[in-house]
Design a protein around this ligand. Structure first.
Ligand code: BG6
Length: 302
């Protein structure tokens, strides 16, 4: 217990020092936090990707929903605090803590660990990186192996730096401790690898599955979410405990938003999963069209 307290104390001091060292950075960090919001992936990134390729949009949608769904369940399991309310709660026990500034993006209402922004952004960027490698780098015959390796390194470097900035933005708005961002990165990487890694048996499984199978999987995902809620209730744990703490310590009521609650995320993820299942016949057709097209291209001229 005291290890957690020390970790939180260290985290709170790091956040306070970040806020005081970078005093006029609201615009920069708010933009990063907004763009890396899992909700942004659903409402902006996926429709944009659909303009490039429907399969890319489907891949990003699956990565976003699996990352957010597993993130919410992990949060319920780990039951960690967020810095902006933790510092106020422990002050009541007499512990001296640094003052953390609250911003309009601070008052997230779910438990703190792992960071959903970092986890979602890592999973989505992993999928994008694999897409670029799979469809644009590997098949490019004009590129030497050295150039291909350099491009891969560049894409990894970009991913790591993007995750660092997303993490800094979450610390800056005092809604995560540093270790929660690190955990978000590792879990996000696991989700990405599980979904689209060449060596994973699960790679692109949603492209192969029939719509009935996908519908069964989305029903399973939904029932796991509902069971997780009722399981906590059965154990005497209030699944809304974090929402209560957010209401207690958020300094401005207008900073609180219903779309940050765990239940809201789970409903969105279940709906998105059902949507993926119902639209899968269209994806299968597009996938088939792509295979036929590349076969024609490789045999042309005859
Ligand atoms: O754990 P984090 O980084 O605060 O992010 C989690 C949540 O952030 C909210 O702002 C999103 O709308 C939710 O959908 C998401 O689950």
């Amino acid at each position: 217990m005291s290890v957690t307290r020390e970790l939180y104390k260290f985290g709170a001091s790091s956040i306070a020092s970040l806020q005081s060292r970078l005093p006029n950075s609201d615009g920069f960090f708010f933009t990063i936090t907004k763009v890396s919001d899992p909700a942004y992936a659903f409402s902006v990134l996926v429709p944009l990707a659909a303009g490039i390729h429907t399969l890319l949009a489907a891949d990003l949608l699956v990565a976003s929903l699996v990352a957010e769904w597993s993130n919410t369940l992990l949060k319920w399991l780990l039951m960690e605090d967020r810095p902006y309310w933790w510092v106020r709660e422990v002050e009541l026990t007499g512990l001296r803590t640094p003052t953390l500034r609250q911003t309009p993006l601070t008052c997230e209402t779910g438990p703190g660990s792992p960071s959903g922004h970092v986890m979602g952004a890592t999973a989505v960027m992993y999928v994008l990186r694999e897409w670029i490698e799979h469809y644009y780098i590997i098949p490019h015959e004009d590129l030497s192996d050295k150039k291909k390796r350099a491009l891969n390194l560049l894409s990894w470097t970009f991913l790591i730096w993007a995750v660092v900035f997303v993490s800094l933005s979450r610390l800056y708005v005092a809604t995560h401790f540093p270790h929660q961002c690190v955990l978000g990165f590792f879990f996000g990487l696991m989700v990405g690898r599980l979904l689209v890694c060449k060596t994973s048996a699960w790679t692109w499984w949603w492209r192969r599955g029939s719509w009935k199978r996908l519908l069964c999987i989305s029903a399973l995902l939904t029932s796991i979410s509902i069971s997780a809620y009722w399981f906590q209730r059965a154990l005497g744990i209030d699944p809304q405990w974090s929402v209560r703490l957010a209401f207690k310590w958020c300094e401005h009521a207008e900073y609180l938003h219903v779309d940050t609650t765990p239940l809201y995320s789970l409903v969105r993820d279940s709906g998105a999963a059902i949507g993926v299942a119902l639209s899968s016949p269209v994806h299968s057709l597009l996938h088939l069209e792509r295979i036929v097209q590349s076969t024609i291209n490789s045999h042309w001229p005859p």
